[in-house]
Design a protein around this ligand. Structure first.
Ligand SMILES: CC(C)(COP(=O)(O)OP(=O)(O)OC[C@H]1O[C@@H](n2cnc3c(N)ncnc32)[C@H](O)[C@@H]1OP(=O)(O)O)[C@@H](O)C(=O)NCCC(=O)NCCS
Length: 165
């Protein structure tokens, strides 16, 4: 998601945003949580436009011609909860009507492959202890729990790691 797209979305210029991304936008997006998330990512891209490939992608379901969620990294290698220099952290959301069809799993698999191609050695995922669908995804993809952390917004999180070597 480019800065121009995110700015249009946050400004409520929805037709322009939909044209820029080439897909319909769900009426409920962004909610307050995603507004804060998108502002954070926009700030990162404004400070350093070269970060864009390391940030959030929109998930577009071709058959629906619509944005069904988003997925990406928290930033380039080094930007992750445990602050490990060679690692990235994944994040993902699938909007409620499209859950339970394997879309998040497919998106995270694609992120892992993308990171591997760019020489990343380790990925992290921080998951709330009660977030059963997300726990199922990271475990299925081979992440192992290596710790815990406290997130200002989301509270207690289990930290999962996937070594790519
Ligand atoms: C987590 C989230 C991205 C999952 O999206 P999704 O597209 O429905 O995920 P998938 O269909 O790829 O996989 C979900 C898995 O959870 C499993 N699952 C769903 N509900 C479950 C439950 N209550 N208990 C155990 N497993 C559950 C599914 O069976 C599936 O596993 P499987 O493929 O092995 O059967 C989505 O629920 C979401 O956006 N939640 C809010 C944001 C969020 O929590 N993001 C993750 C932050 S770490």
């Amino acid at each position: 998601m480019s800065p121009v797209f995110v700015e249009a979305l946050l400004d409520g210029r929805r037709l322009e945003a939909a044209t820029l991304i080439g897909a319909a936008l769900p009426d409920a997006w962004p909610d307050a949580h995603d507004e804060r998330f998108l502002h954070r990512r926009l700030g990162q891209m404004r400070r350093d436009p070269e970060l864009q490939p390391w940030l959030a992608r929109a998930l577009v379901l071709r058959e629906a011609g619509a944005v069904v969620g988003h997925a990406g990294f928290h930033g380039p290698p080094g930007v992750n909860g445990p602050a490990q220099p060679d690692a990235v952290e994944v994040g993902y959301t699938v909007f409620p009507p499209h859950r339970g069809k394997g879309l998040a799993t497919e998106a995270v698999r694609a992120l892992i492959a993308w990171a591997r191609e760019r020489g990343v050695h380790r990925l992290y995922a921080s998951v709330g202890p009660g977030n059963e669908p997300s726990l199922a995804i990271v475990r299925k993809l081979g992440f192992v729990q290596t710790g815990e952390q406290w997130d200002e917004e989301d509270g207690r999180e289990l930290v999962f790691e996937l070594a790519l070597d």
